[in-house]
Design a protein around this ligand. Structure first.
Ligand SMILES: [Mg+2]
Length: 254
């Protein structure tokens, strides 16, 4: 995407975006948009998500099994749910997906209460530093369901940093989430964001891909399951072992 191409509001015209786009005529000081992944980037849940999925499988469908051969990192909750249904030969119906994910959300708060769950290095300082900058907006770009994202980030007292985002509720396909996040950022801040002022931060190759597809800069961080080398192979704008060097990350973002 061209350097000064506008990302905001230009996609999916003809739906209900007219009101959102009206706000473009009243630009504010906000110029930079930072979109955050959750698991492996902001927090580690200590395996809470996977345990809640296993518990819901048992509770809802009476199946005791593991999810070891299903790729969870960087995927959306809807995508994962359908893979689990397929693995255990359960009918892939809307009802079963909803039933399974509702069960997962019921188990999630209890599973998050474990000693391994933590906010990842540097995250709290970086969120705080960005919040102090009047020209920066921060949102979520995550494969979590919105309710699941709220449960996880509230547990770590991070939810209040985010007023908008894109979630698994928007699409089963992660690469389709970016435009939803940008559209909500536009609506929330009444401003459009130049493509070269949008940054996607995440811990998997899927995060890098879904940032690139909207023409955003991508910052990869190796605090999930991917190594620095694996992430660099995807060609992100920058790669960090973790986010503990606040100044170094801010130099990339500003
Ligand atoms: Mg992640």
């Amino acid at each position: 995407m061209g350097k000064h191409t506008s990302l905001a509001c230009s996609r999916n015209r003809g739906t209900n975006l007219a009101a959102d786009c009206e706000s473009r005529r009243h630009p504010t000081h906000v110029k930079t948009l930072v979109l955050w992944d959750i698991d492996g980037t902001l927090i580690s849940s200590g395996g809470a998500g996977e345990r809640a999925l296993v518990a819901a499988l048992r509770d809802e469908f009476g199946i005791v099994g593991n999810l070891e051969d299903i790729e969870l990192a960087g995927r959306t909750d809807h995508w994962i749910a359908r893979k689990v249904l397929a693995k255990f030969a359960l009918p892939d119906t809307t009802e079963n997906v909803s039933r399974y994910l509702d069960g997962y959300l019921r188990w999630l708060p209890g599973e998050l209460d474990n000693p391994e769950a933590r906010t990842l290095p540097g995250v709290r300082a970086l969120l705080g530093a960005l919040e102090e900058r009047r020209n920066v907006a921060q949102g979520l770009l995550t494969g979590n369901l919105r309710h699941g994202a709220e449960i996880k980030l509230s547990h770590h007292r991070l939810w209040a940093h985010f007023q908008f985002g894109a979630f698994a509720d928007d699409s089963e396909t992660r690469n389709e989430l970016g435009p939803h996040a940008v559209r909500r950022a536009c609506a929330h801040h009444s401003v459009e964001f130049a493509a070269d002022r949008v940054f996607v931060i995440g811990d998997t190759p899927h995060d890098v891909a879904c940032g690139k597809i909207i023409g955003a800069h991508t910052i990869a961080v190796a605090t999930g399951r991917s190594t620095v080398e694996e992430l660099q192979a995807c060609g992100p704008s920058a790669t960090f072992a973790d986010l503990s060097d606040t100044s170094a990350v801010l130099r990339v973002l500003t």
